[in-house]
Design a protein around this ligand. Sequence first.
Ligand code: PMP
Length: 436
Amino acid sequence: ADCGVDRGSENRLFRCDMADMSKDLFAKVQSYEAYALRQELELRNLLPYFRTVQGPPCAVTMIGGAPRVNLGSSNYLGLSGDPRLTEAAHLATQRYGTSINGSRLMNGTTALHLEVEAAVADWFGEEDALVFSSGYSTNLGVIGALVGPQDVAVCDAGDHASILDGAGLARGRLLPFRHNRMDRLEALLRRAADSDGGTLVVVDTVYSMQGDLSDIVGVTTLSRRYGARLLADEAHATGVLGPTGQGVAALACLADAVDLRMGTFSKALGGSGGFVTGPADVIDFLRVQARSFMFTAAAPPSGIGAALTGIRIAQSAEGDERRQHLEANAARLRTALADLGFAVPAVSLAAAGTQVQTPILRVPAPDDLTAARMWKVLYDHGIYVNVALYPAVPKGQSQLRVSVMATHTEEHLERVVDAFTVVARKLAVVDMPDGA
Ligand code: PMP
């Protein structure tokens, strides 16, 4: 309808009757910290974000109108796009509809949600599990429900945003410690022990940008010593590491020393939704206290149906085979990139003193613009990777995030190494120290 407003004659971004324009909330949309960088990257056609994907995130994916070897997805086992998961998603949709249209509490608990919860608890050897709409909302809900005004959340500074946000939303105190520094963790635990409330330690078991592992022995030992509860985020380890893909705590034989483990269906398992698993009484408490569980629509049946099939495959002999391929691919690419002079850190499990291959490779870049240039050279050579800049990583630690899949073939990896050889030749980015 014509409401008599001439939209062409005014700058709609600003309210004309506001005396002090800087007080307009919308003023920040053209002055936020990353705005200039984004504009510069856009101008040079170097913007690595919001690229349009035209197919499932398989080993080779249609991205930006061309097939590219995909190292920018967390589809580690290659299950997303697998016909068995697609079929399971179809069946679930036929049975339960395209949307749940309500919360788990009111009308969103299907038999499928219960089945996947039982499957997760059984897989991890825990009493019970609770499924959320995403991994992000799982961390928000669990931390928000457990950490009250008297309590303290102690988090690794490299933890995923959902953990730091969850700790921020919780009414207690958030104490972050320097990445993987057990001396700092101990100092904070000592401080927290003097407060009136309880303490929740939260760590990623595989760090999503660095691709390194938590010092799970140190974290479990200290949490126990200071009477803190421990929540481990196994998002990037679920289906990937440990026996039958149970994750890092199980790999280190420390599952019993972790109070709660959470994960997501949206990475190796090829579905969508998040979960937390642990003692039945705690899970039951979360069922009626976790706000991001109670006040949002349940994960769609398609994502849960696919996840259930993904779990079955991850637990099977085929899952073992896929993990072996994944490990071999990660080892091969780590070595090849290191041989080219890229400072890709090796990953080891302090507990076992053994080398562990996570599927996430951090390739350090000297600065934001060079990171985008590296990305573009790879992109133009048919290789898709992710670029992580502040605030996804600390300031001054821009990087490429390269993640392998079990389904990448030797030929795919050869193409990746060839493209990185061009990056090394064109840009001064090799033999630089890793700033991590
Ligand atoms: N935890 C970690 C460590 C993650 O990396 C992510 C996703 N990047 C999440 C939680 C959130 O999972 P989801 O994407 O299912 O919300």
